[in-house]
Design a protein around this ligand. Structure first.
Ligand code: ADP
Ligand code: MG
Length: 676
C-alpha cells in the first residue's frame, strides 16, 4: 500500500530533468528498459557460472580482508549450498547487514571463483524468513546521476498507485484499433507478472507496448494538428488566382513544366487563395525544379498586389536566386531587391526602403532579410529554401504582426514518408516526384585515394573537352582552420598539375562578394575547375559542370553526399561523381558509401539515412520544435502511425475533451511546442 501521497501536477526535483521528467505525472510514462526477475529464489546448488539469479541464505561468515586489497567478504548458506558475496567498494556500516544469522536475499551474477561460487557486488537485502517475494518483475528504468533506480522504483510505484489512469481514448477508438486499455498497459509495463512474454516486452511488440506507442504517436498527431488549426485562426491575404502573371512568367521560360511541377504549382496556387496562412512544404529531389514553382507562386502574389520574399540559408544560394528571379521577373517589370548581411549599410538601406514602399515587389536574400528590422509594404508570400537548414526560431522570426504571409518551405533533402507524416503533421506537403526530361543519369564511382593521380588525369581530359569540374575538399570537423588550409593546398596542387585550366577556389571564410565573384566566373565558363569546401552543397546550379570529385567522401553524411552529387547531371553532358575515400573505412562509412553508390533516388537515400541515424539527428534543428518520439519507431510502426492519424482526425472532430486529456498526459508542459 502506498503511504505517502503524491500531487501529480507538482514539479519533480530539478535533477529529474536529466531524464526529461518535469511533473510527477510524467513518471507514469517513464517506462522500463528491461526487467530483473526477483519473483523466484534459486537454490544455490542449482546456480551455474554466469547465471543472473536471486538467492537467499543465512550469513555464516563475514570479514574485511586486506589482501590483495581491502574488501568485504561474506558467506551465506541455504539448504544445500554455500555462496560468497564479495564487495570491493563498501561502507563500514555494510558489515552490519552481514551479522551472522541474518537472512540475506541477494541478486547478482554468479561466478565460480577460486574459493567456489561467488557474486561480486550483488544487490543485498536483509529479510525475515517469512517475507514474501514480489509478484511482478522488477523494472529497470533509464536512470541518471542523482536519480537512482531505487528512487525511480519508489516514486513510480507511488505514482502508479495514485495517478488517475482513466483511459484518454474513447471506447470507439479502443475498439476500432483493438487497443489494450491504458491502465492495464502501464501496469503491465511497470510491473509485469512473472509469466509475461518477456521477449515481447523487450522488443516492444507486446500489446501493452502497442498501446503506449499508439498513444505517443496520437499525442504527436493531435498537438501538431492543433497547431495547424490555431494557425488557421490567423488571417492571411487571400490571393486571387486570376492574375496573368504566372502565365506570363511561364511563357518566357525556355522549358515547359513537368507534370509533377504543374500538379504542385496548382496545389500551392489554390492554397494561397484561402484567407489563412498557407504552411506548405515543397519536397523534391535535387534538381527536380523547385525554384521555378516557387517563382510561380511569387508571380501570383505579385500579380495579386502582394510582395514575395525568397529566403536562402547561404549567401551563394541567395545570390543565385536573386539572379534567376531577376531574369524571370524583370521582363514583367517587377523590381527585385537584394538583401544580405554583407551588404554595405547604404545598399541595405536602399533595399529596405524599396521593400517598405513597395517599389520592389520581390526580395531575395539570406535570413538577414527577415531577422533585421525589414518592413514590407505588403508581404503576401515567404519562400524559405532548404528549410531543413533553418532552425525553428528562424522560421518563427518570419511571422509578422497582424496578417501573416503565406509560407512555402522547400526541402532538398527528401523527407521519408513516415517522418513527414509524423514530425511534419502541422504542414501540408507537396511532392515533386519527377525530374525534368533530358537529364542523363550520373555515374557514381568509388575510387581509393591511392588513385589520385589517375583522377587528376580525368579532370584534365574533362576540362580540355570544354567540360567543367567541381572538386570538393574534405570536411574536417575538428578544425575549420585545417579545413581551410586543405582547400588552399588542394587549390595550389591542382593549379600546378593542370596548366592551362582555370582553377578557382571558394570556401566559407571568403566574403560573400568574393564568393559570388568566383561563382560567376565558374558559371560563365571562365573557370574550368572549382575547388570548394562544402559551401557549394546546396542549390548551386551550373548545368555545364559534369564531373564532381568529393574528397574523403567517407566523412560525409548521406544527405550531404546526395546534395553534392546533385550539382552535376544538370545539363546534356554525361556526368560522373567520383567519391574519393581513404582506408580504413568504418562500418558506418562503408554502409553510407554503399547506399550512395547504389542509388541516386533521394527518397530511398533519405530512408536509409533515417535508418542509419534515427529521426533526432535526421531532423536536426527541427527536433526542438516538435515533440520527439521516445517509444514509437518510425521504421517499424508505420501501421500504428497510420492508425494514429485516423484516430487523431476522429477525436479532433468528435472528442475534443479527450484530446485535451490525452495531450496533457503525454506532452504536459511540452504541449506549448508546435503552437503557432
Ligand atoms: P532544385 O529542385 O534542386 O532546387 P532547381 O529549381 O535549381 O532544382 O532546378 C534545377 C534546374 O532544372 C534549373 O536549371 C532549372 O532551370 C531547370 N528546370 C526546372 N524545371 C525544368 C523543366 N520543367 N524542364 C527543364 N528544366 C527545368
Ligand atoms: Mg534548389
Amino acid at each position: 500500500m502506498a503511504t505517502a501521497s503524491v500531487d501529480m501536477t507538482a514539479a519533480l526535483p530539478a535533477v529529474f530533468a536529466k531524464l526529461g521528467l518535469a511533473r510527477y505525472a510524467d513518471l507514469l510514462l517513464h517506462l522500463p528498459l528491461r526487467y530483473e526477475d526477483e519473483t523466484r529464489i534459486t537454490p544455490i546448488a542449482n546456480i551455474l557460472h554466469g547465471q543472473l539469479a536471486q538467492v537467499q541464505g543465512v550469513v555464516t561468515h563475514c570479514e574485511v580482508q586486506y589482501k590483495p586489497r581491502k574488501q568485504l567478504v561474506a558467506r551465506i548458506q541455504d539448504a544445500e549450498g554455500e555462496l560468497s558475496l564479495r564487495f570491493l567498494h563498501f561502507y563500514g556500516s555494510q558489515t552490519k547487514q552481514f551479522t551472522i544469522g541474518n537472512i540475506i536475499r541477494a541478486v547478482g551474477e554468479a561466478r565460480s571463483g577460486f574459493f567456489g561460487l561467488e557474486m561480486v557486488h550483488p544487490r543485498c537485502r536483509v529479510v525475515s524468513v517469512d517475507m514474501g517475494l514480489p509478484e511482478s518483475l522488477t523494472p529497470v528504468y533509464p536512470a541518471a546521476a542523482g536519480v537512482s533506480q531505487t528512487l525511480l522504483r519508489k516514486q513510480i510505484g507511488l505514482v502508479l498507485a495514485q495517478a488517475d489512469l482513466t483511459d484518454s481514448l474513447p471506447d470507439t477508438v479502443l475498439e476500432q484499433f483493438q487497443l489494450l486499455d491504458f491502465a492495464a498497459s502501464v501496469r503491465a509495463l511497470h510491473h509485469p507478472p512473472p509469466d509475461v512474454a518477456l521477449s515481447a516486452l523487450i522488443d516492444k511488440t507486446h500489446a501493452a507496448w502497442r498501446r503506449i506507442k499508439f498513444d505517443e504517436l496520437l499525442a504527436q498527431q493531435l498537438s501538431l494538428r492543433l497547431a495547424r488549426q490555431s494557425r488557421r485562426a490567423l488571417g492571411a491575404p487571400s490571393i486571387s488566382t486570376t492574375s496573368d502573371f504566372p502565365q506570363r512568367l511561364l511563357a518566357n521560360l525556355p522549358f515547359a513544366l513537368t507534370h509533377a511541377q504543374q500538379r504542385v504549382w496548382h496545389e500551392i496556387r489554390d492554397d494561397m487563395g484561402v484567407d489563412y496562412p498557407m504552411q506548405r512544404l515543397l519536397q523534391g529531389d535535387v534538381g527536380s525544379g523547385k525554384t521555378v514553382v516557387a517563382a510561380l507562386a511569387a508571380a501570383q502574389a505579385i500579380g495579386g498586389g502582394y510582395q514575395a520574399a525568397f529566403m536562402a540559408p547561404t549567401e551563394i544560394l541567395a545570390e543565385q536566386h536573386y539572379y534567376k528571379l531577376q531574369s524571370w521577373f524583370s521582363p514583367l517589370g517587377v523590381k527585385v531587391a537584394w538583401l544580405t548581411g554583407s551588404l554595405s549599410k547604404r545598399a541595405k538601406q536602399i533595399a529596405m526602403d524599396e521593400l517598405a514602399s513597395g517599389e520592389a515587389m520581390l526580395a531575395a536574400g539570406t535570413h538577414a532579410l527577415f531577422q533585421e528590422q525589414v518592413q514590407f509594404h505588403q508581404l503576401g508570400l515567404a519562400v524559405i529554401d532548404e528549410q531543413h537548414r533553418f532552425g525553428v526560431a528562424q522560421r518563427l522570426a518570419l511571422r509578422q504582426k497582424g496578417v501573416q504571409p503565406h509560407q512555402l518551405m522547400m526541402s532538398a533533402t527528401p523527407i521519408p514518408r513516415t517522418l513527414s507524416m509524423s514530425y511534419y503533421a502541422d504542414l501540408d506537403v507537396s511532392v515533386i516526384d519527377e525530374l525534368p526530361p533530358g537529364r542523363t543519369p550520373i555515374v557514381t564511382k568509388l575510387v581509393s585515394d591511392a588513385r589520385r593521380e589517375e583522377l587528376v588525369g580525368w579532370v584534365r581530359d574533362k576540362c580540355n573537352q570544354g567540360g567543367q569540374v567541381y572538386w570538393v575538399c574534405p570536411l574536417i570537423e575538428e578544425s575549420e582552420k585545417l579545413q581551410l588550409q586543405t582547400a588552399i593546398d588542394t587549390h595550389a596542387a591542382l593549379s600546378a598539375a593542370l596548366p592551362g585550366v582555370g582553377v578557382g577556389l571558394v570556401h566559407g571564410r571568403m566574403s560573400g562578394r568574393d564568393k559570388a565573384a568566383v561563382m560567376t566566373q565558374f558559371s560563365s565558363g571562365e573557370l574550368g575547375l572549382l575547388v570548394a569546401t562544402t559551401v557549394i552543397e546546396v542549390g548551386v546550379d551550373v548545368p555545364n559542370a559534369s564531373l564532381m570529385v568529393i574528397e574523403h567522401a567517407e566523412r560525409m553524411g548521406l544527405a550531404q553526399l546526395h546534395q553534392l552529387r546533385g550539382r552535376v547531371g544538370r545539363g546534356a553532358a554525361k556526368s560522373a561523381c567520383v567519391l574519393l575515400y581513404q582506408q580504413p573505412l568504418s562500418q558506418l562509412a562503408r554502409a553510407r558509401l554503399k547506399v550512395i553508390f547504389e542509388s541516386s533516388d533521394g527518397f530511398y537515400i533519405a530512408r536509409e539515412d533515417l535508418a542509419l541515424r534515427g529521426p533526432g539527428e535526421f531532423l536536426g534543428a527541427r527536433q526542438s520544435g516538435a515533440p520527439m518520439l521516445r517509444y514509437a519507431n518510425l521504421a517499424e510502426d508505420v501501421e500504428l502511425l497510420e492508425q494514429a492519424q485516423v484516430a487523431a482526425a476522429d477525436m479532433l472532430l468528435h472528442y475534443p475533451d479527450a484530446v485535451q486529456v490525452h495531450i496533457a498526459r503525454w506532452l504536459g508542459v511540452q504541449q506549448e511546442f508546435g503552437k503557432a
